[in-house]
Design a protein. Structure first.
Ligand code: SAH
Length: 393
C-alpha cells in the first residue's frame, strides 16, 4: 500500500473529515491512477484511505477515515446501501431520485440518478473510474435493476485526465423515460438530456412554485432557462393561463411543448421561445410587458469561486431585469447553482439588482436543492443550489 505523507499542519481538514487533499499539502508520495493510498500526517499518523488522482490538483479523495476498513467490493456495497437507506427515509414522491451525490454520500466523484427503472451514473474522478465495474454491479444488486447508463461526458473529467464517456455500462435498450413528479409527467432521454437527463435538484422548488402560482392567482408566467419546461408545467398546474418558456436549446423546448399536452393542459396557454434570456428580458422591458410570476434558473455562471465576480454581474443583470418585469405583488423565483456563489453573496446580488431596478421586494422563502442531493456538515462545498423567492412590493 502506497503512503501519501502530508506537510506539517496540513492534516487539519482531513481530521475535520473534509475529503479532499490538494497538491500543495502533500510532502511526499505518489501512486497510480485511482489507486487506493494510505494518507498520513507529517508525524506518521493514519488519516484516511483515499483514491489518488495523478492529474488533478485535488490529488487525494478520501474513501474512509476508519483504519480497519478495506476499500473493496464490500466497501462500495456498504456505501451504496447507506445512501439508498437515506433516500428511502426521505420517501421522495417521484420515480426520479438522486441515489448517490458524491462526497455527501462518501463516494467522491460519483453521481447516480435513478429514473424509473433506469440508473444513470457519472464517474467523475480517478477513484470512481477505476472502480466503475464494481460500483456498477453493486448499484444493480442494491436496487434490483438491470440497466445502468453512463453520462461521464462532463467537462470536469478533463481535470482527472479523462476523456468524456457516454453509453451503457450494464444492460441496454430505450433511453427514454417518463418521470412522475408532483403528479405531473415529464419525459427525458438519459442519452441526450443535460447532465444525467433532468434537473432533479429543483423538484421541490417546482412544486413550491405551483403552490405560489395558485395562491397568488398568477396568470402570466415567464419561465427563463426553462429547459424541458418543468417550472412551466408547475405554473400550468397552478392555474396560470399565459406561460412562456424561454431557452436557447431547441430540443429542450420541443420537449417542453410536448409536456404541455402530455399533462393535458391547453396548448394555447403555453408559448416556447427559442432565444437568449438576457435579450428576451430586454425586449420585453422595451415592449412594456409585465408578469405575475417569473422564474430565473440559469446554468452555472460560476463553476468556482474564482469566477464569482463575473458571475455576480451576470446574476445581477438578469435579476434586475426580472424584478423590473414583475407586476406589483408579482413573484420572482430566482436560483443559482454556482458553487462559487454562496447563499449570502447571492442574497446580496439580488438585493443589488433590486436597488438598480428601484424595486423592493419581500423575501418569502429561501430554498436549496431537494434533500436527495444532500449537503453534509463536513463538506460545505456540497451546497451549490440556492434560491430566493421574492414578492415585489
Ligand atoms: N429550470 C430547468 C433547468 C434549467 S437548466 C428545470 O427545472 O428543469 C439551464 C437551462 O438554461 C438549460 O436548458 C440551457 O439550455 C439554458 N440556457 C443556457 N444559457 C442560456 C441563454 N443565454 N439563454 C437561454 N437559455 C439558456
Amino acid at each position: 500500500m502506497k503512503v501519501i505523507k502530508l506537510r506539517e499542519g496540513k492534516e487539519r481538514s482531513l481530521l475535520r473529515r473534509h475529503p479532499w487533499v490538494f497538491e500543495g499539502s502533500i510532502a511526499k508520495g505518489k501512486a497510480d491512477f485511482g489507486e487506493t493510498v494510505r494518507v498520513e500526517s507529517a508525524g506518521g499518523d493514519f488519516l484516511c484511505w483515499a483514491a489518488y488522482s495523478p492529474s488533478s490538483s485535488i490529488k487525494v479523495r478520501a474513501w474512509s477515515w476508519d483504519e480497519t476498513e478495506r476499500v473493496d467490493e464490500a466497501f462500495f456495497a456498504r456505501r451504496i446501501a447507506a445512501a439508498l437507506a437515506y433516500r428511502e427515509r426521505l420517501a421522495v414522491d417521484s420515480n426520479g431520485v438522486r441515489l448517490i451525490h458524491g462526497e455527501a454520500d462518501g463516494l467522491p466523484g460519483l453521481i447516480v440518478d435513478r429514473y424509473d427503472d433506469l440508473l444513470v451514473a457519472q464517474f467523475l474522478a480517478a477513484g470512481t473510474e477505476k472502480w466503475k465495474g464494481v460500483i456498477a454491479d453493486a448499484l444493480l444488486a442494491a436496487t434490483g435493476l438491470t440497466r445502468l447508463y453512463e453520462r461521464s461526458d462532463s467537462g470536469v473529467r478533463q481535470l482527472e485526465g479523462l476523456t468524456p464517456v457516454k453509453g451503457w455500462v450494464r444492460g441496454e435498450g430505450n433511453t427514454e423515460v417518463i418521470l412522475t413528479e408532483s403528479s405531473w409527467k415529464l419525459s427525458l432521454d438519459v442519452a441526450e438530456g443535460h447532465k444525467t437527463g433532468y434537473y432533479l435538484d429543483q423538484r421541490d422548488n417546482r412544486r413550491e412554485f405551483a403552490q405560489w402560482v395558485r395562491r397568488l392567482g398568477a396568470q402570466s408566467v415567464l419561465n427563463c432557462y426553462s429547459y424541458t419546461g418543468g417550472f412551466s408545467i408547475a405554473a400550468l398546474a397552478g392555474g396560470a393561463t399565459d406561460v412562456t418558456s424561454v431557452d436557447s436549446s431547441g430540443p429542450a423546448l420541443a420537449r417542453a411543448t410536448r409536456h404541455v399536452e402530455l399533462n393535458g393542459f391547453n396548448p394555447d396557454h403555453h408559448r416556447a421561445l427559442d432565444a437568449d434570456v438576457n435579450a428576451t428580458l430586454r425586449g420585453f422591458l422595451k415592449e412594456g410587458r409585465q408578469f405575475d410570476a417569473i422564474v430565473l434558473d440559469p446554468p452555472k455562471f460560476a463553476p468556482s469561486a474564482a469566477h464569482a465576480d463575473r458571475a455576480s454581474r451576470a446574476y445581477k443583470d438578469i435579476n434586475r431585469l426580472g424584478l423590473k418585469l414583475l407586476k406589483p405583488g408579482g413573484l420572482l423565483c430566482t436560483y443559482s447553482c454556482s458553487g462559487g456563489v454562496g447563499p449570502e453573496l447571492f442574497h446580496k446580488i439580488v438585493a443589488g439588482a433590486g436597488m438598480d431596478a428601484f424595486v423592493d421586494a419581500y423575501i418569502v422563502d429561501r430554498v436549496g436543492a431537494a434533500a436527495d442531493h444532500p449537503q453534509t456538515l463536513c463538506f460545505p462545498e456540497g451546497e451549490y443550489l440556492k434560491g430566493l423567492l421574492v414578492m415585489r412590493r
